[in-house]
Design a protein around this ligand. Structure first.
Ligand code: GLA
Length: 396
């Protein structure tokens, strides 16, 4: 489950760069994916989220060229993108290059210089698996372009620039969680983000007897993006009906009072967001005391709410959560829930570290027996945020 150093994406991207361009790269920038412990579909409601950066990362090895072109190889997909840096940067192919194009466009909009460059990208964040491989690529690219421009953006500006790239170049009206934690993530810490003012508070997660077990169902149901946009719109309708700026400002009592005049579906959407915000704050409060059983219960409640009120789970995710629940605290599982936008992708389980591998095997076998699909299993502790190595500077 863990890589040796020369198998890390940073080292692989660097090696591949030498092969592809017959010279050493000047920089290697990298950024993590994210796993959200709790606080799902709350970020675009100005609410609270409690994610961490994964140990899995996306790396870009790069050097400047003398022309006005970006040439990018992806080790993961095996294809190449080339586009001009002159004039307006537009969407293009391959699809993954749009994340890079979007960041370049964002830098140009800020009037920051973007020079020609060659790059090689590699990643061990599963693609399209709900661990925000897209934010990892965006933030790694932004970190590289900062170095190339000789200017460092503040973390929030950088996250917002990347969020805008995702919205305009990938067409996903995402919130700010993934990009913020990919920039700011810190080893051994979760990040409690207030998505209204976009401030983060680090919550130490240092208990070595615990692990986060990430189970990728390896299914991604169609319409994820359309359904995501629809949920956002439904939340806005609910906020309007409740007379608040965003659902973050609504309380369970306000919702109950308005129930009779609300469409039942809109009511459920609002109930998920309002209760999820409370669960997230409660989980963050209980982490310092190590109240894992309680936090685990909040995770199961979060999953039930996403399944029954928000309707973003699916059979495969529910199956994994059920298996985890069956193993229970006695078997080393405190809690489990879907993580990310939903409709497939990953679950996250809070487990006893010494039992984590066995738990993964049991769930993986049951999942295979019931769906004929293989699940991919990862262990991750909270990893570091974006980073950069500049080979032109002496190592100190
Ligand atoms: C996706 C989005 C995030 C967030 C989650 C759901 O990952 O990119 O902004 O809305 O879904 O919590």
């Amino acid at each position: 489950m863990s890589s040796t150093t020369d198998q890390l994406p940073e080292a692989r991207a660097q090696r591949f760069f030498v092969k592809a361009f017959e010279t050493a790269p000047r920089w290697v920038a990298s950024a993590p994916g994210r796993v959200n412990l709790i606080g799902e579909h709350t970020d675009y409601n100005d609410g609270f989220v409690l994610p961490m950066a994964t140990e899995q990362r996306t790396a870009i090895a790069a050097s400047l060229t003398n022309d006005r072109t970006a040439t990018l190889h992806s080790v993961t997909t095996g294809d190449t993108a080339t586009f001009s840096l002159e004039g307006e940067v537009r969407r293009g192919t391959p699809a993954w290059s749009n994340y890079v194009r979007g960041i370049v466009a964002g830098f140009k909009e800020l009037k920051l210089p973007v020079k020609g460059f060659n790059a090689v990208i590699d990643s061990d964040v599963p693609l399209g698996g709900g661990l925000s491989s897209s934010a990892a690529l965006e933030i790694a690219t932004a970190t590289l372009l900062e170095a190339m421009a000789g200017r460092k953006l503040d973390p929030t500006t950088k996250a917002l620039l990347c969020q805008q790239a995702e919205r305009q170049f990938a067409g996903v009206p995402c919130g700010i969680m993934d990009q913020l934690v990919s920039v700011m993530g810190r080893k051994d810490h979760l990040l409690l983000i207030d998505c209204r003012d976009r401030t983060g508070k680090f919550v130490p997660f240092t208990d070595r007897s615990l692990s986060l077990l990430i189970i990728n169902t390896n299914v991604r149901h169609a319409l994820v993006d359309g359904e995501y946009a629809r949920r956002r719109a439904q939340c806005e309708t609910a906020a309007e009906m409740l007379g608040v700026t965003a659902l973050r400002d609504a309380t369970p009592a306000m919702l109950e009072t308005a129930r009779a005049k609300m469409d039942p579906l809109i009511f459920r959407r609002a109930r998920h967001v309002i209760t999820e915000n409370n669960r997230t704050l409660e989980a963050a409060r209980r982490i310092p005391a190590g109240d894992w059983e309680h936090i685990g219960r909040l995770m199961y409640e979060s999953h039930a709410s996403l399944r029954d009120d928000y309707h973003v789970s699916c059979t495969e995710l529910d199956l994994v959560v059920q298996q985890a629940e069956q193993i229970g605290v006695a078997g080393g599982v405190f809690g489990c829930r879907m993580t990310g936008a939903g409709f497939g992708g990953c679950t996250v389980a809070l487990v006893q570290a010494e039992k984590a591998r066995r738990i993964g095997e049991i769930i993986g076998e049951a999942y295979l027996a019931k769906t004929s699909n293989y699940a991919s299993i990862f262990l991750s502790r909270p990893g570091a945020g974006a980073s950069l190595v500049d080979f032109s500077k002496p190592n100190i």
